[in-house]
Write a protein that binds this ligand. Structure first.
Ligand code: GRF
Length: 213
């Protein structure tokens, strides 16, 4: 049985999607938040998952917070650590400690739109397709090997909320899929590129584009 620790900062809908997927061979050992007010904590607790808060505001600096966070995580001896809307930049030491077993979901088609406000920036750039990416975490922000991506169209009249909602539907599909592949031992990284053994599509899902007008 693979032990998984999920880190959240807020709503936790991606964490919820992973829990609801009930992936065979995986056990969600704990959900840890850096914010005491994170809405997702209640969902986890109601599903008998251990919850914990490591409040970043209680620490003098990033390194001290990351050390405490790693201690809380490692008490669960995780095979996989999942960043599900975890809104803190992690130190290189932390990332190195979990190398190869730390994954993140980012709401854009990486390597486009790393960082924050991805939906607003996609609209401002006038891209016709947007999406989401699950990737291994490396020291450089939003840059690690890509495990799976999903594409959505950008529609005329979209605002940030509409585009975010369309992307979120896909996040809830691809994140459990990535976790499942990793639990099944099918994901490998060679020369910085992730491969999925036996995936029916090359590590990605393409959503249908709207019909021609
Ligand atoms: C998601 O859009 C995720 O891609 C981003 O933050 C959001 C978190 O949403 N990193 P939730 O907390 O999983 O509902």
């Amino acid at each position: 049985m693979k032990s998984i620790v999920i880190l959240i900062s807020g709503r936790g809908s991606n964490m919820e999607a992973i829990v609801r997927a009930a992936i065979p061979g995986a056990r969600i050992a704990a959900v840890i938040s850096n914010r005491p007010t994170a809405g997702g904590l209640a969902f986890a607790a109601s599903h008998s998952i251990a919850t914990e808060v490591v409040d970043h505001t209680a620490f003098a600096d990033r390194a001290a917070f990351d050390t405490a966070l790693a201690e809380a995580i490692d008490r669960h001896t995780p095979d996989l650590v999942v960043l599900a809307g975890f809104m803190r930049v992690l130190t290189a030491d932390f990332v190195r400690h979990y190398e190869g077993r730390l994954i993140n979901i980012h709401p854009s088609l990486l390597p486009s739109f790393t960082g924050l406000h991805t939906h607003r920036r996609a609209l401002e750039a006038g891209v016709r397709v947007h999406g989401t990416t699950v990737h291994f975490v490396t020291a450089e922000l939003d840059c690690g090997p890509i495990i799976i991506q999903a594409v959505v169209p950008v529609m005329d009249g979209d605002d940030e909320a509409a585009l975010a909602a369309r992307v979120l539907v896909q996040e809830h599909r691809i994140f459990p899929q990535a976790v499942r592949w990793i639990v099944e031992g099918r994901v490998s990284v060679v020369d910085g590129v992730a491969r999925v053994a036996g995936a029916s599509m090359p590590a990605g899902l393409i959503s249908p584009l709207p019909e021609d007008a």
